[in-house]
Design a protein around this ligand. Sequence first.
Ligand code: NAD
Length: 289
Amino acid sequence: PLTGKSPFRRAPPVPTVAGVTALDPRDLHGQTAVVTGAASGIGAAVARRAAALGMRVVLADRDESALQRTAEELRDTGATVLPVVCDVRDADAVERLAVTAVDEFGPVRLLVGNAGIESTGRLWEIAPDRFERVFGVNVAGVFHGIGAFVPHMLDTAVPGQEAIVVTVASIGSVTTMPAQGAYVSSKHAALALTECLALELAQAQAPIRVAAFLPGPVDTGIYTSADADGVAGDALRERMRDVLADRGVTPDQAAEALFAGLAAGDFWIFTDETRAAELLRARADRLQA
Ligand code: NAD
């Protein structure tokens, strides 16, 4: 039974390459990170933390003005950053992002596929273009990142300095809920892609580590952005206000959890493991009912 701590912690579902487990964050100093959706929220916090560890950080986002603002804020702290306008739905743009990152900052040690959008509404009421947009960002965006960066990492990563690919999925990747069917199923797909990638890289004995980050509620603009508009948008925003007040974490706390999970060698990294276990149990109960 799923009680107490998540049964998944330190129990990766997939074999990782021998010796590729924990990470000393000091090893990241002077190395290159690429973060998508880095202009705001969790992505900006992950970029800040990577920069604080001494990484050079490529910030990718489709929102140019927010991107420039975040890049300026980071530069003011002495960080070495490169903002690149990039829509992750566009495979060519993500390919160009990879080329620019390598040209400007050298081999990429850490890719964080974080760009994502919310979506609300019951499945039979969501417009097809809306559904495609959600999957375009949350699933194809992750897929394009893998296609653009992993071949490069296979060429440059070496044992002992393995490259790391992180997908920002969601606690929604391991549960199901009404009125968020498009978002939740996109996050299930993002997690599945990431697990398949881990299997493929382990099979190939590649010195690349993969992790999935599954945050619970994080207080960001995602619930209020125009992208979150949907049939049940207002209802979701109302519900999220309570949920965030009750157990939300800040973007910086989420970024801290991510790097702690990487340091510990986790595959599934949660911000709230107890909640993850609860949700899995509730999901099993619902499916049995
Ligand atoms: P956010 O809205 O603050 O940030 C998302 C960023 O992604 C924005 O800067 C936005 O411009 C960018 N973006 C959106 N579409 C893009 C595209 N097509 N190409 C490039 N950039 C794009 O949201 P956030 O809460 O920081 O979300 C970051 C990730 O965390 C998302 O994948 C989200 O699903 C996930 N997540 C968030 C929460 C939460 O409660 N906030 C919980 C679980 C998972």
